[in-house]
Design a protein. Structure first.
Length: 420
């Protein structure tokens, strides 16, 4: 039976179901968010929270997380849980640095992708062919990646000038783009600290100042993923493997093949994120430099409801809070207390509208605590500054948990021939 028949099976829209956000509504939400941040900036005096440097730093910190999340999305849309993203990122950092310091940064990018693909292929063999539990396989790959890279470093980097058993020699940087004239003009507007106008200028300035070519490539992969998975027959077949592999098999889809492709691409994207860390973010490989970003990328994917755009927002949120920690530290994170408190007040009114009274009371209580904390202090403890990105990620995930829906067959064991 032809696989083209898959396209004919379109479920009728459910009455009363959640409506999709249109582009004007999304733009309105973004504008409202910027206005709220601008109000917080004016009240707190933390002018750096929307500066050009803050936005550029947030983008650089968000890219490796976003690539890991994008990798997780490919795998899980095909029905394979990929906890091994962290290990695949580690392989990407090592192979990217190993090739990068010898043959240049772009060869490092290529080898970083190949290193991640090896991890993804191994995960596919273990889970798809041998049917091992996906979580067990992913954890094993994470552990294996740490051991393998440490072993290889002893041979590849130790004794080389600038290298050691735990780090590589310095890697030549990838070219960066700054749009002359426009970048300086936007920075000047941002430094006037006008309401909303300066914040918009800061955001746009961060996107046109010191933008690495690899960052640009990573950003383009987000709409490319959406187009491939949601606008092509290949993507439809791949997603059908994550929703109902048995039904897909009865329609002639080679489920094993699509799962293998998806998980290998997943590993390659995570490996690219690792190569970005080694080549763009630091210019050197260091043991342990992924810092759990593979797991955070998985959290960003879940926050985004297994969609590329939502995943990008989740990665951007973590990158933004992480950049706040690095730029201005306690002062910037202190301003975020006020922002979170105001957001929770908005959540209270929304929950009351939805008649979720218990959730509204909890949100109101937490908001009151945050307002009190903000008013009684001038800065937050250094320990909280370090934990702020992770706390923010957990808070957002907990608030968005009720609207999430993962692919129906995600993580479900499948054996070839079940549909016959």
């Amino acid at each position: 039976m032809s696989t083209s028949k898959v396209t004919a099976a379109r479920p009728a829209p459910k009455k009363g179901g959640r409506r999709k956000l249109t582009l004007p509504v999304v733009l309105l939400i973004i504008a409202g968010g910027l206005a709220l941040v601008s109000i917080v900036r004016l009240i707190s005096g933390a002018d750096d929270i929307t500066s050009v440097g803050q936005v550029a730093g947030a983008l650089e910190l968000a890219v490796p997380i976003g690539l890991a999340g994008l990798g997780g999305l490919w795998a899980e849309r095909a029905g394979v849980v990929n906890i091994g993203l962290e290990g695949m990122m580690i392989l990407g950092t090592w192979f990217g640095a190993w090739a990068g310091f010898q043959w240049g940064p772009w060869m490092g990018v290529l080898f970083g992708i190949l290193g991640g693909c090896l991890g993804g292929l191994l995960h596919a063999v273990i889970t798809v062919t041998f049917g091992v539990n996906h979580i067990v396989s992913g954890v094993a790959i994470n552990i294996l990646a740490v051991g393998v890279t440490r072993y290889l470093s002893n041979f590849a980097f130790d004794g080389v000038k600038g290298g050691s058993s735990k780090q590589s020699p310095r890697i030549d940087p990838i070219d960066k783009i700054t749009i002359p004239g426009l970048s300086d003009w936007l920075r000047d507007i941002q430094q006037h600290h006008w309401f909303l106008v300066s914040d918009i200028a800061g955001v746009l300035g961060g996107l046109v100042t010191g933008l690495s070519l690899l960052t640009l490539l990573a950003l383009l992969l987000i709409p490319a993923t959406w187009w491939v998975l949601w606008r092509t027959s290949f993507g439809l077949r791949l997603r059908s493997c994550g929703e109902s592999p048995v039904a897909a098999e009865t329609l002639g889809v080679n489920v094993y093949k699509y799962k293998y492709i998806a998980v290998t691409i997943s590993g390659g994207l995570a490996g690219l994120g690792g190569a970005f860390l080694a080549i763009v973010a630091t210019g050197i490989y260091q043991e342990g430099q992924t810092g759990g970003r593979g797991y955070i990328g998985l959290a960003a994917m879940i926050f985004g409801n297994w969609m590329p755009g939502g995943m990008a927002l989740g990665a951007g949120l973590f990158g933004f809070t992480d950049s706040l920690k690095l730029r201005g530290g306690a002062e910037n994170v202190h301003a975020m207390l006020l922002l979170l408190a105001i957001l929770l007040v908005i959540a209270v009114f929304w929950q009351l509208y939805k008649k979720k009274y218990v959730a509204a009371v909890i949100s109101a209580a937490v908001s009151a605590l945050l307002f009190t904390w903000y008013l009684l202090t001038d800065q937050v403890p250094s320990q909280f500054v370090d934990a702020a990105p992770y706390v923010t990620t957990l808070l957002v995930l907990s608030l968005s948990a009720q609207r999430l829906r993962m692919p129906k067959a995600n993580g479900v064991p499948y054996r070839k021939g079940e549909g016959k």
